[in-house]
Ligand binder design. Sequence first.
Ligand SMILES: Nc1nc2[nH]cc(C(=O)O)c2c(=O)[nH]1
Ligand code: SF4
Ligand SMILES: [Mg+2]
Length: 202
Amino acid sequence: MSCRWCDTPYTWDWTGVGDSGIAHSPRAELHPMAWRAVLERLSGYAVPLVVISGGEPLSQQNRLLPLLHALTGTGHRVEIETNGTIEPLSELAALGVRFNVSPKLAHSGDPAARRLVPRALAALAAMPGTAFKFVCRSPEDLAEVADVVEHYGTTPVWIMPEGRTPEELSLRLAALGDAVIARGWNLTTRLHVAVWGDRRGK
Ligand SMILES: Nc1nc2[nH]cc(C(=O)O)c2c(=O)[nH]1
Ligand code: SF4
Ligand SMILES: [Mg+2]
């Protein structure tokens, strides 16, 4: 997808269509790595949970399988973040992978047919442990979330503010809070943005 407010445009925006207008260089950003090398890097962290994010991890889900087998085989829990437009392979469910699915609203800028793929959303909703997280800017966005939930059964619902700076984040979180609770949904901040702002990790 090409969400205009995406906070990781360096994973996909090679033409500068995003809000920053920067055309990132795939040569500078993309580094093919064998899965065994990824596993080796991860083993240095000694963590019980590995979260695979993107870009869109399911766009290379076949290539992720050996890594996921190795991680779950050594007792790690694994979660995958996805925009919900690609149906996951059945092997992923069998491995006990959990999905954090973030279907996009109209303000992302992509057309509805690209954002909302019924088969993929239904498959993800049917898997155990899936959570749906919607990026919102204001309480007015919540009616659009309710439409998606009604059409596609995308529960449980989490609402996360759009924002790449601590200031944006805290203003939007405060604006959304009461309305989210009134609908009986879950509200979450973006802890990495509160702590580090928009700084890239190493
Ligand atoms: N600006 C901006 N705000 C966001 N809030 C949640 C995001 C996400 O990717 O989950 C996100 C994101 O990617 N960009
Ligand atoms: S789906 Fe996620 S990673 Fe892809 S463009 Fe949108 S915010 Fe960025
Ligand atoms: Mg994201």
